[in-house]
Design a protein around this ligand. Structure first.
Ligand code: ZN
Length: 103
């Protein structure tokens, strides 16, 4: 990776952090994260479809890496089953209780 690209990535990440409070102030107070901003795992954990971020239904489910994901429609389930990583799904392996990261 070139230094220029790396600097751009760092600047982008920094800008995202700087923008967060501004966006939060503009948005109406919400106790939970907007489902649209959730990762697949956050959506699943809060009862939302990882694909369309609508309320998921128990009847549409798919297991990926030892974690059960639930979906709003059969189409969502199929899209997810075809490529879970496309939706950022990490499964139970990565979302299991976090151990202290080695430094
Ligand atoms: Zn869906």
């Amino acid at each position: 990776m070139s230094n220029l690209l790396r600097n751009l990535l760092v600047a982008g990440a920094f800008a995202t952090v700087m923008m967060a409070p501004v966006r939060a102030a503009d948005a109406p107070p919400a106790p939970t994260k907007d489902p649209k901003d959730m990762t697949a795992d956050e959506a699943e954990d809060s009862g939302h479809c990882p694909v369309c971020k609508k309320e998921s239904k128990p009847v549409y489910h798919f297991e990926y890496k030892d974690k059960e994901y639930h979906f709003a429609t059969r189409e969502c389930r199929k899209a997810f089953a075809d490529n879970p990583e496309k939706f950022g799904a990490k499964g139970a392996v990565a979302t299991a209780k976090k151990e202290p990261a080695k430094k």
